[in-house]
Design a protein around this ligand. Structure first.
Ligand SMILES: Cc1cc2nc3c(=O)[nH]c(=O)nc-3n(C[C@H](O)[C@H](O)[C@H](O)COP(=O)(O)OP(=O)(O)OC[C@H]3O[C@@H](n4cnc5c(N)ncnc54)[C@H](O)[C@@H]3O)c2cc1C
Length: 376
């Protein structure tokens, strides 16, 4: 029986182990390892901050992930030996015939001096929970939504944060006493989709949100409550909503398999340079944005490749880097962008304007995955 070890039960790891279970059931030994208590959709962080949701409402407990042939272990990976396909955790050592790294992207606070001290980011569950308590007290001065480096997860998310914050301040009747400034290192909010960027810019203009493009937060001075941009310009703030610089988790970097902070893979197959070792999702450099929908798409391709090798599965397809990202436009409106990065010669991003249909599709996106992975 082939032993398949999958590190990380996020979008990529959950979909890969589900696919393998569907195809092989008890005929393979699939071990899925995650240190967390449960899975949380990335966008749920905005629900924690702006929709009054609690973590227990948005977390899907791993205890409810029950798939034939899959063992989900709640352990922390402490060392990875890619060549030997041997993984050490806080509970022991695991060996495998195939290893899939799906540990996501981690945050590099040290890359932005002052960021850890200001302790005000919304990209982790703990950070979003903390800000959910701080935002209600913000009623005057400048809110600064600042991205500290690219690439970062879900490129539209900071734009969504700016629009949802604007909603919240209007709801409380304090919008006129507040400024909202949004700093992003890209030339536009969603670079592969000029239409999506134009729609978001239109919203920012209409709502008086200041957009600073092509700049990132280089450092933060918590004592002076000032953010310094990479052109040395200073922006004072009263509320900071930060997106930290990302990189692969330390344990992946220490394994020696990364380059420039991420695991390089063949974009078509997700294979790393080590035979039998794959990397999917945010941890990899696969030529696609860092978003759950792409992690899931990559996992489907790796499942096909593993099945072709160990169980006479059909010839595997090429990873096409396609997926839809839903975007909160505020006031309960939801639009989306259909991304296609690898199927043709050009990267494309087709915009779907906010509508009731898009809202229903986003609802279905979450509901389908809750049902598929957690039987809820
Ligand atoms: C605010 C926000 C909004 C977002 N909105 C969307 C959206 O609308 N649509 C979308 O597609 N994406 C969205 N995303 C992005 C999405 O959440 C990520 O891109 C996605 O989760 C990546 O999937 P992954 O499988 O690569 O990694 P993850 O889902 O991050 O999973 C990695 C797993 O590895 C585990 N792990 C890490 N280190 C260790 C270790 N040492 N030992 C054991 N386990 C470990 C973690 O606990 C985690 O469960 C959003 C992200 C944010 C922050």
């Amino acid at each position: 029986m082939a032993r398949i070890l999958i590190l990380g039960a996020g979008f990529g790891g959950l979909e890969l182990s589900t696919k393998l279970s569907e195809a092989l059931g008890d005929e393979a030994e699939v071990t899925l390892i995650d240190k967390g208590e449960g899975f949380v959709f990335g966008y749920s962080k905005l629900d924690l901050m702006f929709n009054g949701k609690g973590v227990e409402e948005v977390r899907l407990p791993y205890a409810e992930f029950v798939m034939p042939g899959v063992r989900l272990l709640r352990e922390t990976v402490t060392a990875i030996d890619p060549a030997a396909k041997r993984v050490t955790t806080d509970a022991g050592v695991h060996e495998a015939d195939y290893l899939v790294i799906a540990l996501g992207a981690d945050y590099d606070f040290a890359a932005t001096p002052g960021l850890a001290e200001v302790d005000s980011e919304f990209y982790s569950v703990a950070g979003a929970e903390k800000l959910a308590k701080v935002i209600p007290d913000f009623s005057s001065g400048r809110a600064l939504i600042g991205v500290c480096g690219a690439p970062f997860k879900c490129p539209p998310a900071p734009s969504e944060c700016a629009l949802l914050l604007d909603d919240e301040l209007r709801r409380r009747g304090v919008r006129e006493d507040c400024e909202i400034t949004f700093v992003i290192p890209f030339g536009s909010p969603v670079p592969p989709s000029p239409e999506t960027s134009a729609a978001l810019k239109g919203e920012f203009e209409q709502r008086g949100i200041e957009l600073i493009t092509g700049r990132r937060i280089a450092s933060v001075d918590p004592a002076r409550r000032v953010a310094v941009l990479d052109d040395d310009a200073e922006l004072p703030f009263d509320l900071f909503l930060g997106v930290p610089k990302h990189r692969a988790p330390e344990v992946v970097i220490e394994s020696g398999i990364t380059e420039d902070g991420y695991v390089p893979v063949d974009p078509a197959t997700l294979a790393t340079k080590v035979p039998g070792v794959y990397a999917v999702g945010d941890v990899a450099t696969a030529g696609v944005p860092k978003a759950g929908v792409f992690a899931e798409g990559a996992a489907k391709i790796v499942a096909q490749r593993l099945l072709a090798e160990i169980a006479d599965g059909a010839a595997p397809e090429r990873h096409l880097g396609q997926g839809t990202c839903y975007i909160e436009f505020g006031e309960g409106r939801i639009g989306s962008v259909d991304i296609d990065f690898l199927s043709g010669p050009e990267r494309t991003g087709h915009f779907n304007a906010p509508s009731a249909e898009q809202m229903a599709l986003k609802e279905k996106f979450g509901a389908d995955r809750r049902a598929r992975w957690f039987g809820r």
